[in-house]
Write a protein that binds this ligand. Structure first.
Ligand SMILES: Nc1ncnc2c1ncn2[C@@H]1O[C@H](COP(=O)(O)OP(=O)(O)OP(=O)(O)O)[C@@H](O)[C@H]1O
Ligand SMILES: Nc1nc2c(ncn2[C@@H]2O[C@H](COP(=O)(O)O)[C@@H](O)[C@H]2O)c(=O)[nH]1
Length: 306
């Protein structure tokens, strides 16, 4: 009978509900592929970015994360907070920074899971002039088994610095390219001046082949590494006293008095962050501090103290 025939709104409702069921099934299929290792989370994220309204783009960030093996609900919530993504967000609706943070998290997670359990990523940070460079330099010279990451920087070389050993000295345009192509594990503007970043590839290769790697980076970089790779060993280098830190900064003589005053203000904030670190090493004597840092890296060979 004519009056029992579905009306146009009913037809729409039925079609919409069928489409919703099909979309749910398609999302479940993507999650199952991630869980089974048939598709990498990075590939799914790339598809979501390319087609925000496609099946991958419609996945909620929460369901995406819990479909990754070894990420449960508790871990997922922690990751969402760290990456500053609200639980209602779908992959296709993430902002640029959220996408970048999620991509970095996934890429770094892949690296750290490939590495051997004996290999550690060790981060050495601390306030300006505490002696990070001196300790890292001592390690470079005396512990040839330690792999020290060589950073890229936009600052100019100082006298005596060697390209590829001290830093990779790059232009602003080259640094932009490295950031855009995801070549950097972390990067930061340091002392409001130049950009510094850790090239990802050598770190990935070292960890994958079972070698520990040391990063000598600033506090912002250390925080980025911690957020992306919570298993990294975070070491904070401390001065024996505040007065000694001031002496070292002034004694180095590489900054103007105004710059020294600015760095000392920042140093107070950096020292206040020391509890965020897993280990604290006091740099009283460079060789002793270097030895303590190296001991945290699980190396088999280490020379005796001089
Ligand atoms: N244990 C130490 N005893 C005495 N002087 C030290 C010690 N460690 C480092 N110094 C000196 O302190 C000064 C600062 O050291 P260094 O440049 O390595 O600091 P840094 O932490 O790398 O600084 P920045 O973050 O500003 O680059 C240098 O002149 C260095 O020779
Ligand atoms: N976040 C990062 N910080 C880095 C990196 N490489 C070095 N640094 C830090 O920069 C300052 C200044 O170094 P300088 O050689 O110009 O005196 C120092 O605190 C380093 O720890 C990096 O790759 N990422």
């Amino acid at each position: 009978m004519a009056e029992n025939r579905p009306t146009p709104p009913d037809v729409d409702r039925v079609a919409a509900s069928r489409a919703a069921v099909a979309a749910r099934r398609a999302r479940a299929a993507v999650k199952a592929e991630i869980a089974a290792g048939k598709r990498t989370p990075l590939a799914v994220l790339a598809a979501a970015i390319e087609h925000p309204d496609g099946v991958e783009g419609r996945l909620r960030a929460t369901e995406f994360l819990v479909s990754i093996p070894a990420i449960g609900v508790t871990k997922m919530r922690r990751i969402m907070t760290q990456l500053e993504i609200s639980p209602s967000k779908r992959l296709g609706g993430l902002g640029k920074h959220q996408r970048d943070r999620l991509r970095l998290f996934l890429a770094n997670r892949t690296v750290s899971r490939r590495g051997s359990s004996d290999a550690h990523l060790v981060v050495l940070a601390g306030p300006t002039a505490v002696g990070k460079g001196a300790v890292a330099g001592y390690i470079r010279e005396n512990y040839p088994d330690v792999l020290l990451s060589v950073s890229a920087t936009t600052r100019a070389p100082r006298p005596g610095e060697v390209e590829g050993t001290s830093y990779f000295f790059v232009t602003d345009a080259e640094f932009d390219r490295m950031v855009a192509s995801g070549e950097l594990l972390e990067w930061a503007v340091v002392h409001n001046a130049f950009r510094y970043g850790t090239p990802r590839e050598p770190v990935e290769q070292a960890l994958a082949s079972g070698h520990s790697v040391l990063l000598e980076i600033d506090l912002q970089g250390a925080r980025s590494v911690r957020a992306a790779m919570p298993e990294a060993r975070m070491v904070f280098l401390l001065p024996p006293s505040w007065d000694e830190l001031v002496r070292r900064l002034i004694g180095r003589g590489t900054e103007s008095p105004a710059e020294q005053a600015r760095r000392l203000e920042t140093a107070k904030l950096e020292l206040a962050a020391q509890d965020e670190f897993d280990f604290r090493v006091v740099n009283q004597e460079v060789n002793v501090a270097a030895r303590e840092v190296v001991d945290l890296m699980n190396l088999r060979k280490a020379p005796s103290l001089l």
